[in-house]
Design a protein around this ligand. Structure first.
Ligand SMILES: Nc1ncnc2c1ncn2[C@@H]1O[C@H](COP(=O)(O)OP(=O)(O)OP(=O)(O)O)[C@@H](O)[C@H]1O
Ligand SMILES: [Mg+2]
Length: 506
């Protein structure tokens, strides 16, 4: 069968890396072709070449069998290629409707046009299941998920035959993702060809027909989704077996490092008791909105605590000292769930992002000690295994997972005894995840206390000495490693036990 889109011998080099190395790839009509691979494997680069963002160094593209060299983004659109990039491109200060029509030539002037635009905007949003977003609202007032849907509506408003989606579900909840899948199903039924990039392997069975794996700029496999178990894919992506991904849990936790009793917050935590020990990884699970993120924020003084007590290393922390700066002084560091490099200065080099938050420690007599800064930076780059290890690279050109590692390094410049991590592996590939797992294990083995908030059941089951599950702002269960099974965890996620406890308590 003639593919809708074919790519042959595609090669793209950047200074120091071959992002695409003679890649062959195709998309058929009525197919969702999933593209997976570790951070930096070249997935987004393929998308960008097809989108006309930059030309390849070698290789050809064909559409419906006819060779076609894509000269520019507008040329790509003209030949029927629509793209939603990994980095969003909306203008925050403009309305949804204005953004939808930005760069399109809808040029009749006056009132009628405004009204037509509003109507077409509403239709476009509705067609992607986002009718609840008002066209007149400013983009800056939207959640990341809503922004994504606007971007998606924009890409699918125009006529297209091939749709390229680069990590579409990275900022969506599972419910929002499911709505997106329904829209994708419709495009597939209409005979469009869809390229779908993701790090969430569990999505493949739901959304994909075939899957291609990239590693280090090369295509290493293409296979039907039905024949591709996660273990097989992980092996293609990393060249490693799954058992090697999760390090064996070792060590016995020591004294209590952090203790909370009856912690209640304005943000909805109710009467939370928690003990986190030195040398321990304590997992925190639960559904989205259950309060697990609020816990991390509250323990770092970012939520208003209305009742309860907190102790650090056996010392009570007075309410007034429950502030980030005071907590950092006492060895506590919090790593927020952060998507798409928010919180980084993207147009500055990696090294500056690492040390920015702690510049005073690199100053002597008011002068920045460059060599000390670089020494620390290089040590951390080695510690989180940033690859390629380029401290001078502009942060914007790093892959998503590498940006996540830079986030991580920002908080590691100081001496830390209690780590509060919220979803530290979100949006990164399995190989980078494995490295972060090892890293957390090393922290615990060195005697630090690690709070590990995660939505990933495998992480709770395999990474944590103990785990607590939240349901509607309360702790619904506390389990030890070994006691927990996937099914038990899920039962607690949905609050069964919680209800029982509450009934018993009257
Ligand atoms: N504009 C650029 N300048 C320099 N190097 C780049 C640029 N864009 C990408 N690279 C490099 O090319 C390689 C491939 O990057 P790419 O963004 O395609 O990876 P990816 O598979 O999309 O990763 P991720 O899953 O993290 O998004 C990486 O080593 C990256 O650092
Ligand atoms: Mg990418």
């Amino acid at each position: 069968m003639m593919p809708l889109l074919g790519v042959t011998g595609m090669t793209k080099r950047f200074p120091g890396v071959v992002a695409l190395d003679s890649v062959d790839f195709e998309v058929r009509a009525g197919e969702v072709h999933v593209l997976v691979g570790e951070n930096g494997a070249g997935k987004s680069t393929l998308v960008k070449v097809l989108a006309g963002s930059f030309p390849p160094d070698a290789g050809t593209v064909s559409l419906d069998g006819a060779e076609c060299s894509i000269r520019s983004p507008s040329h790509a659109r003209a030949v029927g290629i629509s793209v939603v990039f990994q980095e969003l491109s909306l203008v925050p200060q403009m309305s949804v409707a204005e953004n939808l029509f930005l760069g399109r030539e809808e040029t009749t002037s006056g009132l009628l046009r405004r009204r037509t635009m509003a109507r077409r905007a509403r239709e476009a949003l509705e067609s992607v299941g986002a009718s609840s977003i008002p066209p007149a609202i400013l983009v800056r007032d939207l959640s990341p998920a809503a922004r994504y849907l606007v971007e998606f509506a924009k890409a699918t408003m125009a006529r297209f035959t091939v749709l390229l989606l680069d990590e579409p579900t990275a900022s969506l909840t599972s419910h929002e993702a499911e709505r997106l899948f329904t829209v994708i199903d419709r495009f597939r039924a209409e005979g469009k060809g869809i390229v779908y990039i993701t790090h969430r392997l569990e999505e493949l069975a739901r959304v994909g027909d075939r899957v291609t794996v990239f590693r280090d700029g090369r295509r290493v496999a293409t296979l039907p989704v039905r024949g591709a178990g996660q273990e097989v894919l992980i092996k293609y992506m990393t060249g490693r077996e799954v058992q090697e991904v999760f390090p064996p849990l070792r060590g016995t936790p020591g004294d209590a490092a952090l203790r909370a009793r009856g912690m209640t917050t304005a943000s909805g935590l109710r009467n939370v008791d928690l003990d986190l020990h030195a040398g321990e990884i304590l997992g925190v699970g639960g559904l989205i909105g259950c309060g697990k993120s609020e816990l991390g924020r509250a323990l770092f003084g970012l939520e208003k605590v209305t009742a309860g007590t907190v102790e650090l290393f056996g010392q009570p922390v007075p309410g007034a000292a429950l502030r980030p700066d005071a907590l950092i002084q006492r060895g506590v560091m919090y790593f927020p769930a952060d998507r798409r490099g928010e919180g980084l200065v993207l147009n500055r080099p990696v090294i500056e992002n690492i040390t920015l938050a702690s510049l005073p420690s690199f100053e002597r007599a008011g002068l920045l000690q460059k060599s000390a800064e670089w020494k620390t930076g290089l040590r951390l780059i080695d510690r989180v295994r940033l690859r390629p290890p380029q401290p001078g690279a502009r942060t914007a050109v790093l892959s998503g997972g590498n940006q996540q590692k830079v986030m991580l390094m920002k908080g590691l410049v100081r001496a830390v005894r209690i780590y509060l991590f919220d979803e530290p592996t979100q949006g990164i590939d399995i190989g980078a995840k494995a490295e972060i797992y090892q890293f957390l294990h090393r922290l615990a083995a060195d005697g630090a206390a690690v709070l590990f908030i995660t939505s990933d059941l495998l992480e709770l089951l395999n990474m944590c000495h103990r785990m607590i599950i939240f349901y509607r702002g309360r702790v619904s269960a506390a389990l030890a490693h070994g006691e927990a099974t996937e099914e038990r965890l899920l039962r607690h996620y949905f609050g069964e036990i919680q209800e029982a406890i509450r009934e018993r308590a009257g």
